[in-house]
Write a protein that binds this ligand. Structure first.
Ligand SMILES: NC(=O)CC[C@H](N)C(=O)O
Length: 266
C-alpha cells in the first residue's frame, strides 16, 4: 500500500505546518504544505490527497474570531473540496489541530447532524481566564469511533490557545455528541485521569470547556479536531521531564495519532 498523501493547508498566520508535516512523515505519510490561495486557483489539486490537515497557528491574525476567516474562505471558495474530504466516498480523513479545530468547528463539520441546524450545536470561545495559555495538559480518550485515537487511552500534550473553550448550545446537544462518542478526548486530572463530565477546576481543565472537552469527531470518526498539539510530542525528548526519566518510551504520545491515520489506509 503506498503512503497516504497529506494536504497540510496553509494560510497567512499558520505557524505549525512544518512540525505537523514532520509528524505525518515520521508516521510514514507523504506531505505537501499548500497555501489556501493555490487551492482556490486550482481546486483540482485536492484530488492528489487522502488526508486534509488544518494545522495550528493564527490564521488571518485570529481576526473576528480564531479560525473564522479561513473557514469562511473555505466555505465560499472550496466547499466542494471540504465536502470531498468530509463526505465523498467516506475514504478520506480530516484532522484539525488547534487553529485547525477552530476552523473545522466554524465549518460545522465536527458537530454535523446534531441540533436543529439553525444554530451550531457547539462552539469554541475564549478561555475562562481570558488569556492565551501555553503548557502541558493530561488528556483521556473516551469510548469513540475516532480513527485517530484508536488504541490510545491517555496522552500528555502541549496546549497553546486563547479561544479553546468548548461550549455546547445546550444539554441536548452535549448529550447527543457524548452518546455517539464524539466528545472523543477530554482534559483530565493527573496522568491516569478518567473521563469526567463535571467541569474540572483549573488547571486540569485549562479553559473551562463543557464536559472537559478537548477534541470532537464527526459521526464516522474520520473527521477529528483537537485543541492540544500532538505534533509537539512525537519524540520522547519533547517531554518536559525526559531527562529525569530512568527509561524512555520509544515515541512521544502524539505520534500514535499520526500512525493511526496512516494505518487506516493499509
Ligand atoms: N496554537 C494555535 O493554533 C493557536 C490557536 C488560536 N490562534 C488561539 O489562540 O486560540
Amino acid at each position: 500500500m503506498p503512503s497516504p498523501r497529506v494536504l497540510i493547508l496553509r494560510a497567512p498566520g499558520t505557524n505549525c505546518d512544518e512540525e505537523t508535516a514532520f509528524a505525518f512523515e515520521q508516521a510514514g505519510a507523504e506531505t505537501e504544505r499548500v497555501h489556501v490561495n493555490r487551492l482556490i486557483e486550482n481546486p483540482a489539486l485536492k484530488d492528489r490527497y487522502q488526508i486534509l490537515c488544518v494545522p495550528g497557528g493564527f490564521s488571518y491574525g485570529d481576526d473576528i474570531a480564531a479560525g473564522r476567516i479561513l473557514a469562511t474562505r473555505l466555505n465560499r471558495h472550496l466547499a466542494d473540496m471540504v465536502d470531498a474530504f468530509v463526505h465523498g466516498n467516506g475514504d478520506r480523513l480530516v484532522l484539525g489541530i488547534c487553529n485547525g479545530m477552530q476552523v473545522l468547528m466554524r465549518l460545522g463539520v465536527l458537530t454535523e447532524g446534531v441540533g436543529s441546524g439553525e444554530t451550531s450545536a457547539a462552539t469554541l470561545t475564549w478561555n475562562n481566564h481570558g488569556r492565551f495559555e501555553d503548557r502541558w495538559v493530561n488528556l483521556v480518550v473516551d469510548e469513540t469511533p475516532c480513527v485517530f485515537l484508536k488504541d490510545i487511552d491517555h496522552m500528555y500534550l502541549p496546549m497553546a490557545h486563547a479561544e479553546g473553550k468548548f461550549v455546547a448550545a445546550d444539554d441536548a446537544a452535549l448529550n447527543s455528541l457524548k452518546d455517539a462518542g464524539r466528545l472523543a478526548i477530554r482534559y483530565a486530572e493527573g496522568e491516569k485521569g478518567v473521563v469526567q463530565d463535571e467541569v474540572l477546576p483549573f488547571p486540569a481543565n485549562p479553559n473551562g470547556a463543557d464536559a472537559n472537552v478537548a477534541g470532537v469527531c464527526d459521526a464516522s470518526g474520520r473527521v477529528f479536531g483537537l485543541m492540544p498539539h500532538p505534533e509537539r510530542h512525537i519524540d520522547p525528548t519533547h517531554h518536559p521531564y525526559w531527562t529525569r526519566r530512568k527509561e524512555q518510551p520509544e515515541f512521544g504520545d502524539g505520534l500514535k495519532m499520526f500512525r493511526n491515520a496512516v494505518d487506516w489506509f493499509a
